[in-house]
Design a protein around this ligand. Structure first.
Ligand code: NAD
Ligand code: MG
Length: 391
Protein backbone atom coordinates (compact mmCIF):
# COMPACT_ATOMS: atom_id res chain seq x y z
CA UNK A 1 0.00 0.00 0.00
CA UNK A 2 1.37 3.40 -0.86
CA UNK A 3 1.32 5.98 1.89
CA UNK A 4 0.80 9.56 0.79
CA UNK A 5 2.97 12.14 2.49
CA UNK A 6 0.78 14.60 4.36
CA UNK A 7 1.54 18.11 3.09
CA UNK A 8 0.88 21.36 4.88
CA UNK A 9 -2.05 23.37 3.57
CA UNK A 10 -1.13 26.33 1.39
CA UNK A 11 -2.36 29.53 3.04
CA UNK A 12 -3.73 31.93 0.47
CA UNK A 13 -4.21 35.67 0.71
CA UNK A 14 -7.00 36.63 -1.68
CA UNK A 15 -6.56 40.29 -2.49
CA UNK A 16 -9.86 41.18 -4.18
CA UNK A 17 -11.80 38.21 -2.77
CA UNK A 18 -15.22 39.60 -3.70
CA UNK A 19 -14.47 40.00 -7.42
CA UNK A 20 -14.89 37.63 -10.31
CA UNK A 21 -11.44 36.06 -9.83
CA UNK A 22 -11.63 36.20 -6.02
CA UNK A 23 -14.96 34.38 -5.80
CA UNK A 24 -13.82 31.72 -8.28
CA UNK A 25 -10.62 31.23 -6.24
CA UNK A 26 -12.78 30.64 -3.18
CA UNK A 27 -14.72 28.01 -5.13
CA UNK A 28 -11.43 26.24 -5.83
CA UNK A 29 -10.49 26.44 -2.14
CA UNK A 30 -13.94 25.15 -1.12
CA UNK A 31 -13.43 22.07 -3.30
CA UNK A 32 -9.91 21.47 -1.98
CA UNK A 33 -9.98 22.21 1.74
CA UNK A 34 -7.38 19.51 2.32
CA UNK A 35 -4.86 21.52 0.29
CA UNK A 36 -5.75 25.19 0.63
CA UNK A 37 -7.03 27.66 3.16
CA UNK A 38 -7.96 31.30 2.81
CA UNK A 39 -6.02 33.22 5.42
CA UNK A 40 -6.51 36.80 4.18
CA UNK A 41 -9.53 38.22 2.35
CA UNK A 42 -9.77 41.80 1.08
CA UNK A 43 -12.51 43.80 -0.59
CA UNK A 44 -13.01 47.44 -1.43
CA UNK A 45 -16.72 48.04 -0.89
CA UNK A 46 -18.81 44.85 -0.97
CA UNK A 47 -18.87 44.38 2.79
CA UNK A 48 -21.88 42.04 2.72
CA UNK A 49 -20.05 39.47 0.61
CA UNK A 50 -16.79 39.94 2.52
CA UNK A 51 -18.58 39.18 5.81
CA UNK A 52 -20.22 36.10 4.31
CA UNK A 53 -16.87 34.87 2.98
CA UNK A 54 -15.16 35.53 6.33
CA UNK A 55 -17.81 33.57 8.24
CA UNK A 56 -17.41 30.62 5.89
CA UNK A 57 -13.61 30.55 5.52
CA UNK A 58 -12.58 31.97 8.93
CA UNK A 59 -9.45 33.78 7.70
CA UNK A 60 -6.76 35.24 9.95
CA UNK A 61 -7.41 38.77 8.64
CA UNK A 62 -9.90 40.65 6.50
CA UNK A 63 -9.47 44.10 4.97
CA UNK A 64 -12.37 46.31 3.95
CA UNK A 65 -10.95 49.14 1.85
CA UNK A 66 -13.72 51.68 2.36
CA UNK A 67 -13.37 52.98 5.96
CA UNK A 68 -17.10 53.87 6.05
CA UNK A 69 -17.84 50.13 6.02
CA UNK A 70 -15.33 49.12 8.68
CA UNK A 71 -17.73 49.27 11.64
CA UNK A 72 -20.25 46.99 9.99
CA UNK A 73 -17.62 44.34 9.19
CA UNK A 74 -16.12 44.64 12.67
CA UNK A 75 -19.50 44.10 14.32
CA UNK A 76 -20.47 41.20 12.09
CA UNK A 77 -17.22 39.38 12.95
CA UNK A 78 -17.30 40.25 16.67
CA UNK A 79 -16.16 37.33 18.81
CA UNK A 80 -14.48 35.52 15.89
CA UNK A 81 -10.69 35.11 15.81
CA UNK A 82 -10.46 37.38 12.77
CA UNK A 83 -8.55 40.66 12.60
CA UNK A 84 -10.46 43.36 10.72
CA UNK A 85 -8.51 46.16 9.10
CA UNK A 86 -9.37 49.21 7.03
CA UNK A 87 -7.84 52.46 5.80
CA UNK A 88 -5.28 53.55 3.29
CA UNK A 89 -2.36 51.42 4.45
CA UNK A 90 -4.34 48.33 5.46
CA UNK A 91 -3.74 46.42 2.22
CA UNK A 92 0.01 46.88 2.51
CA UNK A 93 -0.07 45.92 6.20
CA UNK A 94 -2.03 42.78 5.39
CA UNK A 95 0.39 41.94 2.56
CA UNK A 96 3.24 42.17 5.08
CA UNK A 97 1.74 39.62 7.50
CA UNK A 98 3.31 36.20 8.04
CA UNK A 99 -0.16 34.61 7.99
CA UNK A 100 -0.03 33.45 4.38
CA UNK A 101 2.17 31.68 1.82
CA UNK A 102 0.86 32.91 -1.53
CA UNK A 103 -0.93 36.07 -2.56
CA UNK A 104 -3.61 35.76 -5.21
CA UNK A 105 -3.39 39.26 -6.67
CA UNK A 106 -6.98 39.74 -7.86
CA UNK A 107 -7.58 43.43 -7.20
CA UNK A 108 -8.52 45.28 -10.38
CA UNK A 109 -6.33 48.07 -11.73
CA UNK A 110 -3.43 50.13 -10.43
CA UNK A 111 -4.69 49.64 -6.83
CA UNK A 112 -3.17 46.15 -6.94
CA UNK A 113 0.42 47.34 -7.45
CA UNK A 114 1.46 48.42 -3.94
CA UNK A 115 0.13 45.37 -2.06
CA UNK A 116 1.83 43.09 -4.60
CA UNK A 117 5.15 44.92 -4.14
CA UNK A 118 4.74 44.48 -0.37
CA UNK A 119 4.09 40.76 -0.73
CA UNK A 120 7.24 40.42 -2.87
CA UNK A 121 9.28 42.42 -0.33
CA UNK A 122 8.15 39.86 2.23
CA UNK A 123 9.22 36.95 0.06
CA UNK A 124 5.71 35.70 -0.77
CA UNK A 125 4.93 33.95 -4.01
CA UNK A 126 2.28 35.54 -6.21
CA UNK A 127 -0.55 34.15 -8.29
CA UNK A 128 -1.02 37.12 -10.58
CA UNK A 129 -4.42 38.00 -12.03
CA UNK A 130 -3.89 41.75 -11.69
CA UNK A 131 -2.17 42.38 -15.05
CA UNK A 132 -2.12 46.16 -14.48
CA UNK A 133 0.65 45.61 -11.90
CA UNK A 134 3.02 44.45 -14.66
CA UNK A 135 1.77 47.02 -17.17
CA UNK A 136 2.54 49.87 -14.78
CA UNK A 137 5.89 48.79 -13.33
CA UNK A 138 6.78 45.40 -14.81
CA UNK A 139 10.55 45.91 -14.64
CA UNK A 140 10.50 46.75 -10.93
CA UNK A 141 8.03 43.99 -10.04
CA UNK A 142 9.94 41.27 -11.91
CA UNK A 143 13.27 42.45 -10.53
CA UNK A 144 11.93 42.28 -6.97
CA UNK A 145 10.63 38.75 -7.56
CA UNK A 146 14.03 37.77 -8.96
CA UNK A 147 15.92 39.28 -6.03
CA UNK A 148 13.65 37.58 -3.50
CA UNK A 149 13.66 34.33 -5.51
CA UNK A 150 9.88 34.05 -5.44
CA UNK A 151 7.73 32.93 -8.35
CA UNK A 152 5.07 35.03 -10.04
CA UNK A 153 2.66 32.50 -11.50
CA UNK A 154 0.24 33.96 -14.02
CA UNK A 155 -3.51 33.52 -13.57
CA UNK A 156 -4.51 35.39 -16.73
CA UNK A 157 -5.61 32.52 -18.99
CA UNK A 158 -3.29 33.39 -21.91
CA UNK A 159 -0.24 33.72 -19.69
CA UNK A 160 -1.15 30.60 -17.75
CA UNK A 161 -1.30 28.82 -21.12
CA UNK A 162 2.18 30.07 -22.05
CA UNK A 163 3.51 29.19 -18.60
CA UNK A 164 2.08 25.67 -18.95
CA UNK A 165 3.64 25.30 -22.43
CA UNK A 166 7.02 26.27 -20.98
CA UNK A 167 7.08 23.59 -18.29
CA UNK A 168 9.95 21.26 -19.19
CA UNK A 169 11.44 23.75 -21.67
CA UNK A 170 13.83 25.67 -19.39
CA UNK A 171 16.77 25.34 -21.77
CA UNK A 172 14.77 26.04 -24.92
CA UNK A 173 14.47 29.71 -25.88
CA UNK A 174 11.11 31.04 -27.04
CA UNK A 175 10.99 32.20 -30.66
CA UNK A 176 7.65 33.90 -30.13
CA UNK A 177 4.38 33.68 -28.25
CA UNK A 178 0.94 33.95 -29.80
CA UNK A 179 -1.70 35.41 -27.53
CA UNK A 180 -5.22 34.46 -28.50
CA UNK A 181 -8.03 37.01 -28.22
CA UNK A 182 -11.73 36.21 -28.41
CA UNK A 183 -12.32 39.51 -30.23
CA UNK A 184 -14.91 40.51 -27.64
CA UNK A 185 -18.59 41.32 -28.22
CA UNK A 186 -17.90 43.67 -31.16
CA UNK A 187 -15.77 41.41 -33.34
CA UNK A 188 -16.23 42.37 -36.99
CA UNK A 189 -17.89 45.72 -36.17
CA UNK A 190 -16.72 49.06 -37.57
CA UNK A 191 -16.39 52.55 -35.98
CA UNK A 192 -19.81 53.72 -37.23
CA UNK A 193 -21.33 50.91 -35.12
CA UNK A 194 -19.00 51.29 -32.14
CA UNK A 195 -19.71 54.99 -31.67
CA UNK A 196 -23.24 54.11 -30.55
CA UNK A 197 -22.68 51.07 -28.33
CA UNK A 198 -23.95 51.32 -24.77
CA UNK A 199 -22.29 50.09 -21.61
CA UNK A 200 -24.79 47.22 -21.18
CA UNK A 201 -23.89 45.93 -24.62
CA UNK A 202 -20.15 46.32 -24.05
CA UNK A 203 -20.38 44.44 -20.75
CA UNK A 204 -21.73 41.30 -22.47
CA UNK A 205 -18.71 39.18 -23.26
CA UNK A 206 -19.41 36.17 -25.50
CA UNK A 207 -17.19 33.61 -23.70
CA UNK A 208 -16.19 34.85 -20.25
CA UNK A 209 -18.04 36.36 -17.31
CA UNK A 210 -15.73 38.91 -15.70
CA UNK A 211 -15.57 42.14 -13.69
CA UNK A 212 -16.76 45.36 -15.35
CA UNK A 213 -13.37 46.89 -16.11
CA UNK A 214 -11.84 43.88 -17.85
CA UNK A 215 -15.12 43.33 -19.75
CA UNK A 216 -14.83 46.82 -21.27
CA UNK A 217 -11.11 46.26 -21.91
CA UNK A 218 -12.05 43.08 -23.78
CA UNK A 219 -14.62 44.94 -25.87
CA UNK A 220 -12.03 47.60 -26.89
CA UNK A 221 -9.19 45.03 -27.23
CA UNK A 222 -7.20 47.07 -24.71
CA UNK A 223 -7.20 43.90 -22.63
CA UNK A 224 -5.08 42.18 -25.28
CA UNK A 225 -2.75 45.17 -25.41
CA UNK A 226 -2.29 45.05 -21.64
CA UNK A 227 -1.67 41.32 -21.97
CA UNK A 228 1.08 41.88 -24.57
CA UNK A 229 2.86 44.10 -22.05
CA UNK A 230 2.20 41.57 -19.28
CA UNK A 231 3.73 38.83 -21.47
CA UNK A 232 6.83 40.93 -22.15
CA UNK A 233 7.64 41.09 -18.45
CA UNK A 234 6.55 37.62 -17.39
CA UNK A 235 8.50 35.82 -20.10
CA UNK A 236 11.25 38.35 -20.78
CA UNK A 237 10.33 38.90 -24.44
CA UNK A 238 11.03 41.56 -27.02
CA UNK A 239 7.93 43.27 -28.47
CA UNK A 240 8.48 41.59 -31.86
CA UNK A 241 8.21 38.17 -30.18
CA UNK A 242 4.60 38.80 -29.10
CA UNK A 243 1.81 38.29 -31.63
CA UNK A 244 -1.95 38.53 -31.18
CA UNK A 245 -4.41 36.38 -33.08
CA UNK A 246 -8.20 36.52 -32.82
CA UNK A 247 -9.70 33.13 -31.97
CA UNK A 248 -13.40 33.63 -31.27
CA UNK A 249 -14.04 30.18 -29.72
CA UNK A 250 -11.57 30.79 -26.82
CA UNK A 251 -10.50 27.14 -26.73
CA UNK A 252 -6.79 27.63 -27.54
CA UNK A 253 -5.70 29.84 -24.66
CA UNK A 254 -2.34 30.81 -26.25
CA UNK A 255 0.68 29.28 -27.96
CA UNK A 256 4.47 29.22 -27.75
CA UNK A 257 6.64 28.80 -30.83
CA UNK A 258 10.13 27.38 -30.21
CA UNK A 259 13.29 27.76 -32.29
CA UNK A 260 12.59 24.59 -34.27
CA UNK A 261 9.26 26.06 -35.39
CA UNK A 262 7.28 23.74 -33.16
CA UNK A 263 4.15 25.29 -31.65
CA UNK A 264 2.80 24.25 -28.27
CA UNK A 265 -0.68 25.32 -27.24
CA UNK A 266 -2.72 24.92 -24.09
CA UNK A 267 -6.41 24.29 -24.66
CA UNK A 268 -9.60 23.84 -22.72
CA UNK A 269 -13.01 25.34 -22.19
CA UNK A 270 -12.97 29.01 -21.18
CA UNK A 271 -13.15 28.71 -17.38
CA UNK A 272 -10.97 30.90 -15.16
CA UNK A 273 -11.10 28.34 -12.35
CA UNK A 274 -8.60 26.25 -14.30
CA UNK A 275 -5.76 28.83 -14.45
CA UNK A 276 -6.61 29.92 -10.89
CA UNK A 277 -6.33 26.35 -9.64
CA UNK A 278 -3.18 25.75 -11.69
CA UNK A 279 -1.45 28.79 -10.15
CA UNK A 280 -2.51 27.79 -6.66
CA UNK A 281 -1.43 24.14 -6.97
CA UNK A 282 1.66 24.55 -9.19
CA UNK A 283 3.65 22.42 -9.87
CA UNK A 284 0.89 19.88 -9.28
CA UNK A 285 -2.22 19.38 -11.36
CA UNK A 286 -5.13 18.48 -9.16
CA UNK A 287 -8.31 16.70 -10.20
CA UNK A 288 -11.59 18.59 -10.57
CA UNK A 289 -15.02 18.14 -12.09
CA UNK A 290 -15.03 21.25 -14.32
CA UNK A 291 -16.79 20.64 -17.68
CA UNK A 292 -14.47 19.19 -20.33
CA UNK A 293 -13.95 20.34 -23.91
CA UNK A 294 -15.80 18.14 -26.39
CA UNK A 295 -14.67 18.15 -30.05
CA UNK A 296 -18.19 17.12 -31.04
CA UNK A 297 -19.65 20.33 -29.61
CA UNK A 298 -17.04 22.87 -30.79
CA UNK A 299 -15.49 21.25 -33.84
CA UNK A 300 -14.24 24.33 -35.69
CA UNK A 301 -11.46 26.49 -34.35
CA UNK A 302 -10.77 29.66 -36.34
CA UNK A 303 -8.00 32.25 -36.28
CA UNK A 304 -7.81 35.71 -37.82
CA UNK A 305 -5.84 38.97 -37.64
CA UNK A 306 -7.02 41.63 -35.18
CA UNK A 307 -8.54 44.77 -36.78
CA UNK A 308 -6.14 47.41 -35.48
CA UNK A 309 -7.74 50.22 -37.49
CA UNK A 310 -11.07 49.77 -35.74
CA UNK A 311 -9.80 48.70 -32.33
CA UNK A 312 -7.20 51.42 -31.96
CA UNK A 313 -6.66 50.80 -28.26
CA UNK A 314 -4.71 47.71 -29.21
CA UNK A 315 -2.52 49.78 -31.55
CA UNK A 316 -1.90 52.31 -28.75
CA UNK A 317 -0.93 49.53 -26.36
CA UNK A 318 1.47 48.13 -28.96
CA UNK A 319 3.06 51.57 -29.25
CA UNK A 320 3.46 51.66 -25.46
CA UNK A 321 4.92 48.15 -25.51
CA UNK A 322 7.50 49.15 -28.13
CA UNK A 323 8.50 52.51 -26.63
CA UNK A 324 8.50 51.21 -23.04
CA UNK A 325 9.57 53.52 -20.19
CA UNK A 326 6.63 55.11 -18.42
CA UNK A 327 4.37 54.94 -21.50
CA UNK A 328 2.58 51.70 -20.52
CA UNK A 329 1.95 53.20 -17.06
CA UNK A 330 0.47 56.33 -18.69
CA UNK A 331 -1.62 54.25 -21.10
CA UNK A 332 -2.95 52.20 -18.20
CA UNK A 333 -3.88 55.23 -16.08
CA UNK A 334 -5.66 56.97 -18.97
CA UNK A 335 -7.46 53.74 -19.79
CA UNK A 336 -8.67 53.31 -16.19
CA UNK A 337 -10.12 56.84 -16.26
CA UNK A 338 -11.64 56.33 -19.72
CA UNK A 339 -13.28 53.02 -18.75
CA UNK A 340 -14.59 54.57 -15.52
CA UNK A 341 -16.15 57.42 -17.54
CA UNK A 342 -17.61 55.08 -20.17
CA UNK A 343 -19.17 52.89 -17.45
CA UNK A 344 -20.89 56.01 -16.10
CA UNK A 345 -22.13 57.04 -19.57
CA UNK A 346 -19.93 60.14 -19.54
CA UNK A 347 -18.15 59.39 -22.83
CA UNK A 348 -18.85 57.13 -25.80
CA UNK A 349 -17.03 53.96 -26.75
CA UNK A 350 -14.64 55.59 -29.25
CA UNK A 351 -13.90 58.54 -26.95
CA UNK A 352 -12.02 56.11 -24.74
CA UNK A 353 -9.33 55.84 -27.43
CA UNK A 354 -9.11 59.62 -27.83
CA UNK A 355 -8.59 60.10 -24.09
CA UNK A 356 -5.80 57.53 -24.01
CA UNK A 357 -4.08 58.86 -27.13
CA UNK A 358 -4.12 62.48 -25.91
CA UNK A 359 -2.85 61.49 -22.46
CA UNK A 360 0.00 59.47 -23.98
CA UNK A 361 1.00 62.54 -25.99
CA UNK A 362 0.83 64.82 -22.94
CA UNK A 363 2.70 63.14 -20.08
CA UNK A 364 6.49 63.55 -20.46
CA UNK A 365 8.28 60.37 -21.51
CA UNK A 366 10.75 58.81 -19.06
CA UNK A 367 12.94 55.97 -20.39
CA UNK A 368 13.98 54.36 -17.09
CA UNK A 369 11.51 55.47 -14.40
CA UNK A 370 12.04 54.86 -10.69
CA UNK A 371 9.11 53.47 -8.73
CA UNK A 372 8.30 57.00 -7.56
CA UNK A 373 8.35 58.20 -11.17
CA UNK A 374 5.85 55.47 -12.08
CA UNK A 375 3.59 56.66 -9.23
CA UNK A 376 3.94 60.25 -10.44
CA UNK A 377 3.30 59.35 -14.09
CA UNK A 378 0.16 57.49 -13.04
CA UNK A 379 -1.06 60.54 -11.10
CA UNK A 380 -0.27 62.98 -13.90
CA UNK A 381 -1.97 60.80 -16.51
CA UNK A 382 -5.06 60.37 -14.36
CA UNK A 383 -5.52 64.06 -13.71
CA UNK A 384 -4.93 64.99 -17.36
CA UNK A 385 -7.39 62.33 -18.59
CA UNK A 386 -9.98 63.32 -15.98
CA UNK A 387 -9.68 67.00 -16.98
CA UNK A 388 -10.14 66.08 -20.63
CA UNK A 389 -13.52 64.57 -19.89
CA UNK A 390 -14.46 67.04 -17.15
CA UNK A 391 -14.74 64.34 -14.50
P1 NAD B 1 -13.73 42.58 -10.23
O1 NAD B 1 -14.11 43.98 -10.50
O2 NAD B 1 -14.76 41.51 -10.37
O3 NAD B 1 -13.14 42.47 -8.74
C1 NAD B 1 -12.16 43.34 -8.29
C2 NAD B 1 -11.81 43.10 -6.83
O4 NAD B 1 -10.88 44.12 -6.45
C3 NAD B 1 -12.99 43.18 -5.86
O5 NAD B 1 -12.80 42.27 -4.81
C4 NAD B 1 -12.88 44.62 -5.31
O6 NAD B 1 -13.39 44.75 -4.00
C5 NAD B 1 -11.39 44.87 -5.33
N1 NAD B 1 -11.07 46.28 -5.57
C6 NAD B 1 -11.57 47.09 -6.53
N2 NAD B 1 -11.05 48.32 -6.44
C7 NAD B 1 -10.19 48.29 -5.40
C8 NAD B 1 -9.34 49.27 -4.79
N3 NAD B 1 -9.27 50.54 -5.24
N4 NAD B 1 -8.60 48.89 -3.74
C9 NAD B 1 -8.67 47.64 -3.25
N5 NAD B 1 -9.44 46.67 -3.78
C10 NAD B 1 -10.20 46.99 -4.84
O7 NAD B 1 -12.46 42.26 -11.13
P2 NAD B 1 -12.00 40.85 -11.77
O8 NAD B 1 -12.71 40.64 -13.04
O9 NAD B 1 -12.04 39.80 -10.72
O10 NAD B 1 -10.49 41.18 -12.15
C11 NAD B 1 -9.47 41.28 -11.19
C12 NAD B 1 -8.12 41.34 -11.89
O11 NAD B 1 -7.91 40.10 -12.56
C13 NAD B 1 -8.04 42.42 -12.97
O12 NAD B 1 -6.75 42.97 -12.99
C14 NAD B 1 -8.31 41.67 -14.26
O13 NAD B 1 -7.68 42.25 -15.38
C15 NAD B 1 -7.68 40.32 -13.95
N6 NAD B 1 -8.27 39.21 -14.72
C16 NAD B 1 -9.58 38.92 -14.57
C17 NAD B 1 -10.15 37.88 -15.31
C18 NAD B 1 -11.60 37.51 -15.14
O14 NAD B 1 -12.04 36.53 -15.74
N7 NAD B 1 -12.38 38.21 -14.36
C19 NAD B 1 -9.36 37.17 -16.22
C20 NAD B 1 -8.00 37.49 -16.34
C21 NAD B 1 -7.48 38.52 -15.58
MG1 MG C 1 -6.67 37.11 -20.40
Amino acid sequence: MSTQQPFPKKRLALFGSTGSIGTQALEVIRSNTDRFEASILTAQSNEELLIKQALEFMPHTVVIGDPARYQKVKEALQGKPITVMSGEKALEEAASLDAYDMMLAAIVGYAGLRPTLCALDNGKSIGLANKETLVVAGDIVMQKAFQKRVPIIPVDSEHSAIFQCLVGETRNPIEKVILTASGGPFLGKKPNFLVNVKREHALQHPNWSMGAKISIDSATLMNKGLEMIEAKWLFNLRPDQIQVVVHPQSIVHSLVQFQDGSLKAQMGLPDMKLPIQYAMAFPQRIPNDFPRYDFKKVSTLTFEEPDLRTFRNLALAQEALEKGGNLPCVLNAANEIAVFAFLRNRINFLDMTTVIEKTMAQVPFIQQPSLQQYFDSDGEARSFAADLIHL
